[in-house]
Design a binder for this molecule. Structure first.
Ligand code: VG1
Ligand code: CO
Length: 542
């Protein structure tokens, strides 16, 4: 019944910013997924008695790999598996289930905001017992194992019907198929004032939630429409599809353009939001005004006391390094700690576990808190709704008030996608070489005061992450950051993050790209972007 299948290592199974992410065709190679899953079992589930959470974002290959993992789990002596019905679990709800049931960890099948379908991407991610993404020492151990693997174990068993709730005992492993939404909904009810939000909807407040045919659809429909009473049709594109309807499930101004256009139109609803492939990102747009993710984090921090789950006050906040420093200003005003971590959610885990922070976020539309150990798209939307219900003001008023109090951090990210790897590394190398000459250099009115290669020492376990991005600091608080993406599946993606600070209220309502134009120019000049990338400009601007 248990087969031991001989295999050969693949040498490209090192997890990136968020798990192992590759083209579907790569995952289609013989034993490719099996090797990686066996490496997880070999390194993370040694000894007996391990239970795991399993689920994915529903993309192409999800069902096949779910079945494979179930059969491999049986063969590897896993004693319990908690599986989302139909193989679906949003990333934050998987994180919650791991914590709630106190299991060893979870296997999440997702390539998040990357496109799906037969020509799209697939991914496998391992989360540890605190519910969070595996830290670097764990992903490195899994990777090392994939380089040595020569066989994997799989049970020759029929897999139970995963579309029905229930428990099945499979050769000593109890598999429980759970409603993916139920526990998550209860958690949200424990954090937010649902009565106040329901009253808001009853008063005629209108909203549009674009689930982008990704995993959040069932969560948003249940919580917003069924429980909170938002009118049917509030959630659009609510059915998860294996190819996300042919779209890129990335809730940004490019891929959620229809929502943005709606929100800027005369008939816009009060509130517009969207989430990504695996439900951990959020896009927030008020009627006529877009809320940059970095600003959203700052607004949540500043208003946290209005929300029951955070009413006792925040212990501290954290943001990834390229995220604008808007939240730092709130932390300063509140007199609480502010931490700056490398890109990727795994770096927040220790800070959350140690109680040093309870709110954190990234410029890439990820916001989260101590309620789970992942970023959480729908949670962020509910947090905003709770604030809107308590303040009784529109999003635009709240954001402009925020800028008036704390100043505005103009912020943009320019991505050069799918460029040749050599060209991308040449940009970073060039900046490295020029680092000392850049310090003190002036470009028009802008003077560089500092430049470095960001390294992070974890304040809890002392681990060090180096080469996390080149930072260029200007007089007056402006910054330019360059780093290479760790989630792409083709060539390399160079990300350039540009930020400036504006205290003067009269200058806070300008167009972001216009305000940042001089710095954007400098960012191209000092890194020789045109010559080195071979591109005249970025492929995506958010
Ligand atoms: C990107 C974002 C990062 C985010 C990561 C995973 O990584 O920049 O902030 O944590 O995606 O998000 P990179 O290395 O491509 O810049 V998700 O929603 O894909 O789990
Ligand atoms: Co995601």
């Amino acid at each position: 019944m248990i087969e031991i299948v001989p295999t050969k290592p693949y040498l490209d199974q090192r997890p990136g910013t968020s798990g192992l992410r590759k083209k579907v065709q790569v995952f289609r190679q013989p034993h490719y997924a099996e090797n990686f899953v066996q490496a997880i079992f070999d390194t993370q589930c040694r000894g007996g008695g391990h239970k795991l959470v399993l689920g994915g974002d529903g993309r192409y290959l999800n069902r096949e790999v779910i079945a494979t993992v179930i059969r491999m789990a049986v063969a590897n002596g896993i004693t319990g598996l908690i599986l989302g019905r139909s193989g679906l679990l949003s990333t934050p709800s998987a994180s919650h289930l791991i914590r709630k049931y106190g299991v060893t960890g979870g296997i999440i099948l997702s390539a998040s905001h990357n496109p799906g379908g037969p020509d799209g991407d697939f991914g496998i991610k391992f989360n540890v017992a605190n519910g969070g993404p595996a830290p670097e020492r764990v992903t490195e151990a899994i990777y090392e194992r994939t380089k040595q693997i020569d066989s994997y174990r799989i049970a020759d068993l029929p897999v139970p019907n995963i579309d029905r709730l229930g428990k099945h005992l499979l050769n000593g492993m109890m598999i429980e198929i759970v409603d993916p939404v139920a526990d998550y909904c209860t958690l949200m009810q424990s954090l937010f004032e649902f009565d106040a939000i329901a009253r808001l909807f009853r008063s005629g407040f209108t909203m549009r939630f674009d689930a982008m045919h990704a995993v959040t659809g069932p969560y948003a429909s249940k919580i917003l429409e069924d429980v909170l009473g938002a009118p049917p049709g509030t959630v659009i594109n609510g059915t998860p599809l294996p190819d996300f309807g042919g779209h890129h499930p990335d809730p940004n101004l490019v891929h959620a353009r229809d929502l943005f256009d709606l929100m800027m139109s005369p008939g816009a609803p009060d509130f517009g939001c969207a989430s990504d492939g695996d439900g951990d990102r959020n896009l927030i747009i008020g009627r006529g005004l877009y809320v940059a993710p970095s600003d959203s984090l700052a607004v949540l921090a500043a208003n946290a006391r209005l929300v029951p789950g955070y009413a006792k006050g925040l212990s501290g906040v954290a943001r990834s390094m390229p995220t604008s420093s808007a939240v730092d200003k709130v932390a300063e005003a509140l007199g609480i700690g502010a931490f700056e971590t490398p890109t990727g959610w795994k770096y927040f885990g220790n800070l959350l576990d140690a109680g040093l922070i309870d709110l954190c976020g990234e410029e890439s539309a990820g916001t989260g808190s101590s309620h789970v150990r992942e970023k959480d798209g729908l949670w962020a939307v509910l947090f905003w709704l709770n604030i809107l219900a308590k303040r009784g003001e529109p999003v635009a008023r709240i954001l402009r008030d925020h800028w008036e109090n704390y100043g505005r951090n103009y912020y943009t990210r320019h991505d050069y996608e799918e460029i040749e790897t050599e060209r991308a590394t040449a940009v970073i190398d060039r900046l490295h070489d020029r680092m000392s000459e850049l310090k003190g250099a002036s470009y028009g009115e802008d003077e560089i005061v500092e430049a470095d290669d960001f390294a992070y020492e974890d304040p809890v376990d002392g681990s060090i992450a180096r080469h996390q991005g080149i930072r260029i600091f200007f007089k007056g608080g402006a910054r330019i950051i360059y780093r290479l993406s760790g989630t792409g599946t083709e060539g390399a993606t160079l990300r350039v993050y540009i930020e400036s600070y504006e205290k003067d209220v009269a200058r806070q309502d300008r167009d972001t790209q216009q305000m940042l134009a001089p710095l954007i120019q400098i960012s191209r000049q000092i890194a020789d972007l045109e010559a080195l990338t071979g591109r005249q400009g970025p492929s995506v601007v958010t």
